[in-house]
Design a protein around this ligand. Structure first.
Ligand code: HEM
Length: 457
């Protein structure tokens, strides 16, 4: 049985001050082991009341049954506002509903099929880059995967590869932005005053401004191309020409800049995190890699872009990717705020209380999963595994605010994994066991280092 790295849990009782310090260091290791099987936890510290809901009926109530009673928490939104403006990731109520009505059709099944050639091209570029990096020196795979998933986003959204000058400039500015965002998940747990996450460092603001200025150029150029009738049929064109079925209006350019920033943030760091961990998990199991390479060789054979149906036949790649999402959900916790009084398990939840749903804890809850901490892709083909998933697998969230890109990510992730396994072997590097920490997404402290070798033939 393979048990991959899990952050050490907190031991013993903490004073408030030590608790705050532990949270600031790393949100994943600040909590005790018993939280993994708890039905609910309540954190009451001065000026802040937070519930972590960990049993299926409770997370269902928050996310799917009464989502309007638990809108996104402004404590979380504040940290991302300089980058995302009023993007769909942050808004609530009628504004958010309108945004989803325009965006969602671009991510429906038929459109996903249309984006497939662009994803395929990004996959080919990834293989070429990794083959060039293969050799005696270990490779930091998280950075490689960020590059690949940014490439996927640019190719599918704007029909340009990441090597395009503007795309590369956005990508670089984004790295600067995320390096300065330590406070994000903490806001729900720490008695930071509400203005605290707004207290952005100058570097964060500068990076956000640069990303938005570059994005505005892309949007303006696309607007002109649409008007001239020479726009490519990609996600940007689709979204910019879709009218809200209710009010009949399309996004204006400012609204579109906000959404592009969201796609970039929500759509590449998350997939990169999942792929980095999936490749580490594969590195621990050489036999599984061989089976994956065999599956890829069979299903993706032939010249040119395979038919889209091949994706549904990459069963093993999909199971590995899902298992990575279960063990290392890129968005480890989601934060909502009670908009009206409620009651959870007999405890009063007052308006303004913070409510945390934790894919991280659900994915490793031993009351839900057999061998919860073990890497076992085969579980996805068992009735028990599928039943556990209904209760404990929400890496894309659930309910009306479910990730818009979930279907997209479930094509991109298995495809890239399959292509990489087909052409390369990955192995762990001695002395470099990655330790998961929650940054903007779940990352390894110091990166994930792997030895890459080309497969023969
Ligand atoms: C493995 C990859 C991904 C994971 C694990 C993931 C996860 C999530 C989660 C958990 C949320 C909800 C956050 C919350 O409620 O606080 C979310 C929202 C969102 N995601 Fe993803 N995501 C992934 C990939 C993508 C991709 C590829 C795109 C677009 C191209 C995307 C676009 C979005 C958008 C637009 C939202 C906001 C939806 C809303 O609030 O209504 N995501 N994602």
């Amino acid at each position: 049985m393979i048990v991959p790295p899990k952050p050490p849990a907190r031991e013993g009782r903490f004073s408030l001050w030590r608790y705050v310090r532990a949270f600031r260091r790393d949100i994943l290791s600040a909590n005790p082991e018993r939280l993994y099987r708890a039905k609910m936890a309540e954190f009451r510290i001065p000026f802040l009341h937070t519930f972590l809901v960990n049993e299926p009926p409770l997370w269902r109530r928050v996310l799917t049954e009464a989502p309007m009673d638990f809108p996104k928490s402004p404590r979380m939104a504040a940290g991302l506002e300089p980058l995302l403006g009023r993007g769909v990731f942050l808004t609530n109520g009628a504004e958010w509903q309108r945004q989803r009505r325009i965006i969602d059709p671009a991510f429906e099944g038929g459109r996903l099929r249309d984006t497939f050639p662009a994803m395929w091209a990004a996959g080919q570029a990834t293989v070429a880059r990794l083959q060039a990096a293969a050799g005696p020196e270990p490779v930091e795979i998280e950075a490689q995967m960020s590059h690949s998933t940014a490439d996927v986003i640019f190719r599918t959204l704007f029909s340009v590869p990441i090597e395009d000058e503007t795309a590369m400039a956005v990508f670089r500015a984004f790295r600067a932005f995320q390096g300065t965002q330590p406070l994000l998940n903490l806001a729900a747990f720490l008695p930071l005053p509400r203005w605290m996450p707004r207290f952005h460092r100058r570097a964060t603001l500068r990076a956000a401004r640069r990303i938005r200025a570059l994005t505005a150029e892309l949007v303006a150029a696309r607007r002109a191309a649409i008007a001239a009738g020479r726009a490519p049929d990609d996600l940007a064109t689709k979204i910019m020409t879709t009218r809200d079925p209710v009010d009949g209006r399309t996004f204006d350019d400012a609204e579109m800049v906000d959404q592009v920033a969201v796609f970039f943030l929500a759509g590449h760091e998350t997939s990169a995190s999942a792929l980095g961990w999936a490749l580490y998990l594969l590195a621990l199991d050489p036999d599984l890699q061989d089976r994956l390479a065999e599956e890829a060789g069979r299903e993706l054979a032939g010249e040119g872009v395979p038919d889209f149906g091949a994706i549904s036949r990459l069963k093993l790649a999909r199971d590995v990717f899902r298992e990575a999402l279960r063990l290392y959900p890129p968005v480890p916790m989601m934060v909502r705020e009670a908009a009206c009084p409620a009651e959870f398990r007999g405890r009063k939840v007052e308006t303004g209380a913070q409510v945390v749903v934790s894919p991280w804890h659900l994915g490793r809850n031993p009351a839900i999963w057999d061998e919860a901490d073990a890497f076992c892709p085969a579980r996805w083909q068992t009735p028990g595994g599928r039943a556990a998933a209904r209760d404990g697998f929400i890496p894309f969230s659930a309910g009306p605010r479910v990730c818009t890109g979930a279907g997209f990510a479930m094509v991109e992730g298995p495809l890239l994994l399959a292509l990489i396994a087909q052409h390369l072997r990955v192995a762990p590097v001695e002395g470099r066991v990655p330790r998961p920490v929650a940054q903007l997404t779940v990352r390894a402290q110091g990166g994930i280092w792997l030895a890459l070798t080309r497969r023969a033939g």
